[in-house]
Design a protein around this ligand. Structure first.
Ligand code: ADP
Length: 186
């Protein structure tokens, strides 16, 4: 977990590699569907373009199908899911069914102002017309309203690892590995 721009995607891929499990990114799956013009992509795009979350029913079904794939059988790392309380509950149900357990939740903590400034610079340099300041700020707001409270939910379960997400990618990776390498795997 972590706000948009915290580097979740990059760290998720490296960590999943380290543990030999797939990184399942809901954002990536939505983007692939948008590029391919699938019905799911068409449904998701209007929300993504505005910085809003895709409705829970759509997202939950997609994750349910994905973790049923054979490569996720030994375990998996979720990037960008769950983001709402309804998704937390749904995930609990899903993994009860598949026989998995949630071993750890990594929360990347970052300086919000710094991240927004970086995202704005990137949007300008890459000429991403869709990433307007308004949408960038809205995404941060939605994260604060809907996703940040979930950290407390997982904290009461004793599985949260708050990691300083500022600094070089490799430094952050090292902090994540140091925390996760000592977590017993279910
Ligand atoms: P970021 O965390 O930088 O916003 P992501 O790539 O994780 O980027 O997600 C991109 C977009 O996809 C989100 O802004 C949201 O619209 C949608 N999305 C991704 N994951 C979820 C989720 N779990 N629930 C609802 N919408 C999601």
């Amino acid at each position: 977990m972590g706000p948009p721009g915290a580097g979740k995607g990059t760290q998720a891929r490296v960590a999943a590699d380290h543990f030999g499990i797939p990184a399942i990114s809901t954002g990536d799956i939505f983007r692939t569907n948008v590029s391919n013009g699938t019905p799911l992509g068409k449904k998701a795009q209007e929300y993504m373009d505005q910085g809003e979350y895709v409705p829970d029913e759509v997202t939950n079904l997609m994750v349910r199908n994905r973790i049923d794939e054979p490569d996720a059988e030994p375990g998996f790392l979720l990037d960008g899911y769950p983001r709402t309380l309804a998704q937390v509950e749904e995930l609990d149900g899903m993994i009860k069914y598949t026989g998995h357990a949630l071993d750890a939740v990594v929360v990347l903590t970052v300086d919000a102002d710094e991240i927004v400034a970086q995202l704005l610079r990137r949007a300008q340099v890459e000429g991403r017309a869709d990433d307007t300041e308004e949408v960038i700020r809205r995404r941060q707001e939605v994260y604060g309203e809907q996703t940040e409270p979930l950290v407390e939910v997982y904290r009461t379960r004793g599985i949260v690892h708050e990691i300083d997400g500022m600094g070089a990618v490799e430094e952050v990776t090292k902090r994540i590995f140091d925390a996760l390498d000592v977590v017993p795997q279910s």
